[in-house]
Design a protein around this ligand. Structure first.
Ligand SMILES: O=C(O)CCC(=O)C(=O)O
Ligand SMILES: [Mn+2]
Length: 217
């Protein structure tokens, strides 16, 4: 059954929902961990602050980002890449909390990707109006590993298309504690996020936090 825009978040996880070959939504999968995840995000961004990166084309991203784990995704005028150090501080990124890695591994297994061991977690902070245009996640070295994406806070419209930028993307509403996993035939699918609608989430306030787990190195 499809949930309408006005439905409340699920109260418990049931089963993966297939959205494309190799791609799944796990509605409510992170409900039990959501509070711990949000608290851990606060600790990470106290050390490695959220910042608006520059695209290689010179645009300022509307999403603010940070990372935890051995590798972190960064962008500047020279391009996109993974880096073991935070360019703001020159220090290693904060380590990935056990509750992050554990959730990502369990979500991947639930979608059929056993043994996923993320070494990078990109933290995306969307304020109202922030968006992420259609893109592929293609800076990771291991194409066999899936992407695990955890939504916290305000609802968003997640766009999930095909292997061509021109493929019309389907729109999926992602709410607090929903998890998306994509790999296999969809590992390089184009995806993005529509401009975030304003709102006030009881746990997270006026923002959406997205955690994207990758096997980058
Ligand atoms: O915020 C999301 O749901 C998607 C994030 C994403 O695609 C990315 O960080 O590469
Ligand atoms: Mn992505």
């Amino acid at each position: 059954m499809t949930r309408s825009l006005f439905d409340e978040p699920l109260t418990h996880y049931t089963a993966p929902e297939s959205i494309a070959p190799g791609a799944f939504l796990l509605r409510g999968f992170a409900l039990d961990q959501a509070e711990a995840l949000l608290q851990a995000v606060q600790q990470i961004i106290a050390v490695a602050p959220l910042r608006h990166l520059l695209t290689p084309g010179g645009h300022v991203m509307s999403v603010a980002m940070s990372n935890c784990g051995a590798l972190g995704w960064v962008s500047d005028r020279t391009g996109y890449r993974y880096s073991s150090a935070d360019p703001l501080s020159g220090q290693p990124w904060p380590s990935m909390p056990a509750c992050f890695a554990d959730l990502a591994t369990r979500a991947a297994a639930e979608a059929g990707y056993e043994g996923f061991a993320p070494d990078a977690c990109l933290i995306n902070r969307y304020e109202p109006g922030a968006r992420m245009s259609l893109h592929q996640d293609r800076d990771e070295s291991d194409p066999g590993a899936p992407i695990v994406s955890v939504s916290l806070g305000l609802p968003a419209v997640f766009l999930f298309g095909g292997l061509q930028r021109s493929d019309h993307p389907a729109r999926w509403r992602m709410v607090h504690a929903d998890v998306a996993v994509w790999g296999g035939a969809s590992r390089l699918a184009f995806h993005g996020v529509s401009p975030l609608a304003d709102g006030d989430h009881p746990r997270a306030g006026r923002q959406r936090i997205n955690l994207t787990f990758r096997r980058a190195g």
